[in-house]
Design a protein around this ligand. Structure first.
Ligand SMILES: C[S@@+](CC[C@H](N)C(=O)[O-])C[C@H]1O[C@@H](n2cnc3c(N)ncnc32)[C@H](O)[C@@H]1O
Length: 452
């Protein structure tokens, strides 16, 4: 029976301004103990319903705002926050936090964003979802009708032949089920795969192919998780054009994920639960090209790592734009679907600003209504090459439809908006009033000249 606890490898919670690790579970079943690295502070103001929280300041300095009063804190101080009182904290600090009783879902009401940490709108606060969403999530006799409905449909859907799923009444029913699934609580996840969407990587290769030898290519991979996507993009570009000067910025909100990714060392038996499937889409030959394998450990080869800058950052924060500057290609996959639609929309608009005029944005794993709205508003140009292949390119997204909120609906060409709705690659900032034919304009603006 253990009497000592080391810092866990994975975070228990992350936000724009902090990361928290939970020790245990401890044997005292009414206590949680956290180690918190606050860079800027807690993202929100909150009111706890039952839990008293106690914080001990180990290092750094900042202040707590409790019931609208400011309390400056420094190392050695203890702060006790009882239930029913609105509070937050700001500053660069290392804290040990105690929660008694243990944290449970619904304990916290988030009342507003903490302006020291983020400038988001109130409508995107956790728990401030539309009434219909809250109704759908209600529990009756301890069971969520939403959960029961989706479970039933999961088994039903497994028995529907895939060619039927995209047709007539079945398609309409699928849409209805998905509209219900989209009301489920959303949660960020780390799951990722090497070579996750091959057609998208092929398109990236074709986009950089006209660059001149030695020319710089700036790529940002946002929400990079444990690095598989960033290394896959680097591998795709380097294997097609080893002569290019690739500068790839890989960004994630989680420090833990970024540090893991930077090491580029993966256990083949998947010690970290979220990466147990990370290699499953690789052939043996690709495994060999991408990694040096030593026993259980596969380490990314030096030539693939070259030119990658890893960074912790929140795509929703304007400072990311100042930090990275404009990019030729931006990849934003599979994290916007875990946000509430208003927050996803705000982030997607910000992400679009990272792409230089004429550059490309790859965005998948997002509510299609959000992507369509932003793409239309900002006149993003869907890229026709490999359009259907990219849509079908990530098997797990398609297989999660319609019963998971992140599932991807089958491509439906009877929709008048299908060319924009199902596009996952866009060219941004193209002047459509230009008299140059689209192909020529793209060649000149984007690729920056012919290959030597
Ligand atoms: C499901 S993983 C997707 C990984 C990878 N993009 C892929 O498609 O395989 C989502 C990642 O997005 C990160 N993330 C979520 N919100 C973010 C934000 N606001 N800014 C940056 N990264 C974020 C999460 O920490 C997580 O590592």
């Amino acid at each position: 029976m253990p009497y000592t606890y080391t810092l866990p490898k994975s975070t228990a919670f992350t936000g724009t301004g902090l990361e928290g690790y939970a020790f245990g579970p401890l044997r005292q079943n009414d206590l949680d103990v956290y180690y918190i690295e606050s860079k800027k502070g807690h993202d929100t103001f909150m009111i706890s319903s039952k839990i008293t929280r106690t914080y001990y300041v180990l290092a750094g300095s900042g202040y707590f705002t409790i019931a609208d009063e400011r309390y400056d804190v420094y190392p050695g101080m203890l702060v006790e926050v009882p239930p029913k009182v609105e509070y937050t904290y700001s500053g660069q600090m290392t804290l040990i936090g105690f929660a008694r009783p243990r944290w449970f879902r619904k304990n916290d009401t988030h009342t507003r964003w903490n302006p020291d940490v983020t400038a988001r709108e109130k409508s995107s606060l956790p728990g401030h979802e539309p009434l219909l969403t809250r109704l759908v999530r209600k529990r009756i006799a301890g069971k969520s009708p939403l959960g029961v409905f989706l479970r039933l449909n999961r088994s039903l859907w497994r028995h529907i032949p895939s060619d039927l799923a995209g047709r007539g009444l079945v398609r309409s029913y699928g849409r209805f089920v998905h509209s219900v699934a989209r009301r489920s609580p959303r949660e960020q996840a780390f799951s990722t795969y090497f070579l996750r969407n091959r057609p998208a990587l092929k398109l990236i290769q074709s986009l950089v192919d006209s660059k001149k030898s030695g020319e710089k290519v700036r790529v940002a991979v946002l929400g990079c998780s444990f690095g598989a996507e960033a290394y896959s993009v680097a591998y795709a570009i380097r294997s097609a054009r080893p002569d290019l000067d690739l500068k790839l910025n890989a960004i994630d909100i989680s420090r833990h994920a970024v540090e893991f990714a930077r090491r580029g060392e993966y256990s083949r038996t998947g010690a970290e639960p979220s990466i147990s499937m990370i290699f499953e889409r690789l052939t043996e030959a690709e495994m060999d090209e991408m990694f040096e394998v030593d026993g259980d450990t596969a380490t990314i080869r030096a030539e693939i790592r070259k030119g990658i800058e890893w960074g912790v950052g929140d795509v929703g924060e304007p400072e990311l734009f100042d930090r990275l500057g404009v990019q030729d290609i931006v990849v934003a996959s599979n994290f916007l679907c875990h946000m509430q639609p208003p927050e996803a929309e705000r982030c997607l608009r910000a992400i679009g600003r990272l792409v230089r005029p004429g550059g490309y944005l790859f965005v998948c794993g997002i509510d299609l209504d959000v992507r369509t709205k932003v793409a239309r508003d900002l006149a993003w140009e869907p890229v026709p090459e490999l359009f259907e292949e990219i849509h079908e390119g990530d098997a797990c997204l398609r297989s999660h439809y319609p019963c998971e909120y992140g599932g991807l609906e089958p491509l439906d060409k009877t929709r008048p908006d299908w060319k924009i709705r199902y596009a996952a690659a866009f060219q941004i900032g193209v002047d459509r009033t230009s008299s140059a034919p689209a192909g020529e304009a793209r060649e000149e603006m984007l690729i920056g000249g012919g290959r030597k």
